[in-house]
Write a protein that binds this ligand. Sequence first.
Ligand SMILES: *Cc1c(COP(=O)(O)O)cnc(C)c1O
Length: 475
Amino acid sequence: MRYISTRASKTPALERKRFCEILLEGLAPDGGLYLPEAYPQVDDATLTRWRGLSYADLAFEILSLYVDDIPADDLRALCHKTYTAAVFGTAAIVPLKKLEDGLYLEALSNGPTLAFKDMAMQLLGNLFEYELARRGEELNIFGATSGDTGSAAEYAMRGKKGVRVFMTSPDGRMSPFQQAQMFSLLDDNIYNIAITGVFDDCQDLVKAVSGDLEFKRKYKIGTVNSINWARLMAQVVYYFAGYFQATQTNAERVSFTVPSGNFGNVCAGHVARMMGLPISQLVVATNENDVLDEFFRTGVYRVRGTADTHETSSPSMDISKASNFERFVFDLLGRDGERTADLFGTQVPRQGRFDLGADPAFAQAASRYGFASGKSTHQDRLATILETWKNYGVVVDTHTADGLKVAKEHRHPGVPMLVLETALPIKFAATIVEALGREPERPSKFAGIEALPKKVRVMAADVQAIKDLIAHACA
Ligand SMILES: *Cc1c(COP(=O)(O)O)cnc(C)c1O
């Protein structure tokens, strides 16, 4: 298997990369995103064979199709080390919860940070440690977070050899639970940095430090953002696992509804569908930040400015642009790298938008690729949380509520609808109290975490001071 960039017109054989070459990289050198040169096809006999596998073995089978530069025994061991009941709470790893006939939640949020990002990030931690040891290299992950990504990265990398994590977050702006989760990590290789400012100030710091190429090379600065192909690949596995739990035979189809922000999660669903998993529809659910819903309704992709990027009660979906969306558009345009480069490399930076509404390819987003979409507001979230509690006795988090609201608009008789549960309600307790008048349940391992000792430095948004901190840690 080789990887190509979404912006390359025709990638010469020599420039096509193998998995471990792109594992530690972000964007391709031409600014595009990496994708496999073709999607491996899974036939009926293979699906049948995979039905009975444990999650770790299923992950190994799927990853083997995309990774040919890690020996099979090592890859299998990495999958078994990652997907354990001890880390993810159950032997099924991603159990289905039936709400009613034909409507399920697929639980992706029972990992260490109670959000679905653990599903991929836990594997990434083990892959990074393995590959860095093999190369005899180190990596310093420098990132910015407003919540879920940063804590998932820290819980995945804590104690890993060869990796340090420097994570900036806006001082005092995360929920008390999120702060407690991150700042209570006392591992030597984890550096929590609370920046006196807003999330944008943290992102600007990351840009400034990564933009200093000499510093970046000298201190081996890397990221773990959602455009990383390995994260997407790991997410493909739970679409198969969900399908096997909801069906008895491969003749059955299911649909998925995915609470979406950067289009990473649902893009993995697209990859699973391209591999031949019998998925009927992939329903993209957004909150008030409806960049993606607008595209799937009209063909217009319009990046939002700061003024119309809303702070909502499903904050992990508050995006102004969808960083993984370019991967799907590349497929939609028949893998035309030149056109993809024009849309994302020229039109978006210059005009902040592009319009495929009149392009015949746009109609195929629904007809050929199964995409549908919808949006949800704060009032919808409150109503859905209350209804789900009353009807099924289940408390859902705010992001999952966005998914459920939109899923109900896209159900078809005879096709089970699986809504991906992307976080547990305890992470967003204030909105649960608003909807239900009571606190959500707290898993016992998180009892009293707000009182644990914390390790965090409060710093000004000063590029030089941050560089000094990294250099000092590496000395
Ligand atoms: C990150 C996140 C999302 C959005 O996922 P994308 O891959 O960015 O589309 C949804 N819900 C929760 C809880 C998240 O943490």
